[in-house]
Write a protein that binds this ligand. Sequence first.
Ligand code: NAD
Length: 452
Amino acid sequence: MASSDVINPATGEVVRRVGLASLEETDAAIARAQAAFPAWKAVAPGDRARLLRRFADAVDGAVEELAALEVLNAGHTIGNARWEAGNVRDVLHYYSAAPERLFGRQIPVAGGLDVTFQEPLGVVGVIVPWNFPMPIAGWGFAPALAAGNTVVLKPAELTPLTALRLAELAREAGIPEDVFQVLPGAGPVVGQRFVTHPAVRKVVFTGSTRVGKQVMAGCADQVKRVTLELGGKSANIVFADADLEQAAATAPYGVFDNAGQDCCARSRILVQASVYDRFMELLEPAVKGVVVGAPGDEATEMGPLISAAHLAKVSSYVPDDAPVAFRGSAPDGPGFWFPPTVLAPVRPDDPAAVDEIFGPVVAVLPFADEDEAVRLANAGDFGLSGSIWTRDVGRALRVSRGVEAGNLSVNSHSSVRYWTPFGGFKQSGLGRELGPDALGPFTETKNVFIAH
Ligand code: NAD
């Protein structure tokens, strides 16, 4: 079996070697998932719910272990990694309520009885990126399993360790081995096979817009169900009437959390021109105060980037003549470090204001009025997230309705609650994860008419 090194991004050292599944091994895993489907579908709702709760409890008992693994494998800060493991637990608990509550309807008709059933699809392939290996896995597998599907999950090549451990915890909780399988491997091999294999009835893909488009195009051939969670270039819009101190103090968290490797990163700060200078004065100490360093230290707020290749990509957006207003600090290395960096002012057509850099780099753009703020926020192909800072409730509502994005927050940078819907407008995605809306797409609606 081919294998690849898993690297600790904070040190550049090899953590472990992990096998990469071949095409034949992928087909074998899909065949096992297909064979396991009828029995899993037939498990009584209460029993399936209990198994999911036991899985959640097993994750709960392993939060520290999973968090430590993610610090090692993904360079996440220990605080974030604990939250991420806890999020998998919470998502499992949330969807464990589904088996007993997912039912069809009886619709009045003449001449008989009309009923609908919500039936599971079969095998679901879940493809996960490297930036949030645990939560994004859980957002796919928890509702899929709850609805009665079997799952084959492919973690990102760079970050397979926590997913492999989650599969062990599922088994320890009593979930049959072939019902939830984790298969590390290359995207173009394992992930692509999910797209082309006729027994895989749905693909849940989270990753770049570039690969997401390929996945969607491939799924079209079999009219395969697909959910896409893709890239973002979200705006943090600061109006003159906002609590500027609070907006500036929290802006670094909005973009530099997870070293900016966050699809919801507010990587453009749009500031009303009349308060631009004051806002930048307040932002500077906040950015310079971000604690960057060893991700396992409790005080650390930002860790390394995921890989040398990604460091090179992020660095390319900050050439020597870039308009760096100010930046924080970062260790020299070893490891893949880049300091929190503020580019300002940036023209709307500058690549730093358009592309998803996916690193700790933020572009600041001034705007004149509400209309221009909305126009700038909506520029480009993405529409995932964003923040609006204002004390004017009417403006908050108008701008929220004007910005084309799936997840907005007013006077806050929060994007994710496991019980509310999450997903993107435009090329940031297709469909929604989390919350009640995520369950339906893991089922087909069947209508049956029974004549008197
Ligand atoms: P990526 O697209 O390179 O890879 C994502 C996954 O797809 C990996 O598991 C990869 O192995 C697999 N893959 C690669 N080629 C494939 C193919 N041909 N067929 C099937 N699968 C294939 O993305 P990445 O660099 O791992 O992750 C970063 C991207 O993910 C960013 O764009 C980020 O915005 C996005 N993201 C989006 C969300 C969201 O919820 N909207 C969340 C997290 C990350």
